[in-house]
Design a protein around this ligand. Structure first.
Ligand SMILES: *[C@@H]1O[C@H](CO)[C@@H](O)[C@H](O)[C@H]1NC(C)=O
Length: 348
């Protein structure tokens, strides 16, 4: 076992090395700690049926309600500040000028107005699109319209953009994601750039170009979408652990691995399993993006999401992603993790 003194020395060395080498990363000044917020997908999916399910369909009122609750229920104070759309906000077609437009029935006020509402709450506006011809659910993608769409997002006041990778050739992404990043940059609006690029390339058996990804994106997905189950959480955690030597070095202030949303407060995790997701996401220096129904969360689960000490580990400013030290093979339910945080204290 390492002594604490050895750890202090190792940490000091790591800091000096980081300063000396410097990291050639995206320098838009954003996401210096992992982003925190709320996103619609895992809980609300592509529910577009506002006739029969008005309270749960993807609509402006859903995002306004969640913005209200982020503030009134104390989540914003704890750091959860991005309110993010996911797929299925779009109309089936672009408008007559070729610009993206939201579904007119579900977003009657338009997205500039929704962004204004979110900003008035002191929160940030998260947006979703897809690099390909279509989004995963079949709505218009950005391919062929990169510059127009970057400008549209800036006009709407978008602060955070998740760019998915359905209906695209993963081989084109090495050029396409950086190209769109250039257009985002050219808007002069600071926009956190969340990329699905390496995950789609992994699925194709390609080796992602990490050097380019770190220079282009503030965060990126490495692995499958999370589902509302313990099996899904463990499959993600196992992937990160099994591949940690190539994953961990890519994380740091401004550029993070994203193991996907927190599902705490939904149906799939027990109380203890929910604590494990929160703790592991903090050790992995993961974005803490909840996807749950803030109108209806058991106080016990809410307390996990608002746990200040765990959030502080996640948000540690050194941004050193933790690692799996052991996975006891006879019973894989026992795993040991370690993450170094500021001051050389150790969380295992
Ligand atoms: C654009 O890129 C430059 C150079 O990397 C960077 O300094 C600047 O902060 C970026 N601006 C925005 C709005 O992202």
């Amino acid at each position: 076992m390492l002594t604490l003194t050895t750890m202090f020395k190792a940490l000091t060395l790591a800091c000096i090395l980081a300063l000396w080498i410097g990291v050639d990363a995206l320098d838009n000044g954003l996401a210096l700690t992992p982003p925190m917020g709320w996103m619609a997908w895992e809980r609300f999916r592509c529910n577009v049926d506002c006739t029969n399910d008005p309270d749960n369909c993807i609509s402006e009122s859903l995002f306004m309600t969640m913005s209200d609750l982020l503030v009134s229920e104390g989540y914003a104070d704890a750091g959860y500040e991005v309110v993010s759309l996911d797929d299925c906000w779009l109309a089936d077609e672009r408008d007559v000028d070729g610009k993206l437009q939201p579904d007119p029935l579900r977003f009657p006020s338009g997205l500039k107005a929704l962004g204004d509402y979110i900003h008035a709450k002191g929160l940030l506006f998260g947006m979703y699109e897809d690099y390909g011809t279509h989004t995963c659910a079949g709505y218009p993608g950005i391919l062929g319209h990169l510059e127009t769409d970057a400008n549209t997002f800036a006009e709407w006041g978008v602060d955070y953009l998740k760019l998915d990778g359905c209906y695209a050739d993963p081989k084109d992404m090495d050029a396409g994601y950086p190209e769109f990043g250039q257009y985002l940059n050219a808007t002069n609006r600071p926009i956190v750039y969340s990329c699905s690029w390496p995950d789609y390339q992994r699925e194709e058996g390609m080796t992602p170009d990490w050097e380019s990804i770190i220079k282009t994106c503030n965060l990126w997905r490495n692995f499958d979408d999370i589902q509302d189950s313990w099996a899904s959480v463990t499959s993600i955690v196992d992937y990160y652990g099994d591949n940690q030597d190539s994953i961990i070095p890519n994380a740091g202030p401004g550029h993070w691995n994203d193991p996907d949303m927190l599902i705490i407060g939904n149906f799939g995790l027990s109380y203890d399993q929910a604590k494990v997701q929160m703790a592991l996401w903090a050790i992995l220096a993961a974005p803490l993006i909840m996807s749950n129904d803030l109108r209806d969360i058991d106080p016990k689960f809410k307390a996990i999401l608002l746990n200040k000490e765990i959030i502080a580990v996640d948000q540690d400013k050194l941004g050193i992603q933790g690692r799996r030290l052991s996975k006891v093979s006879l019973s894989s339910i026992v795993q040991v993790y370690q993450r170094a945080v500021v001051g050389g204290s150790l969380m295992s």
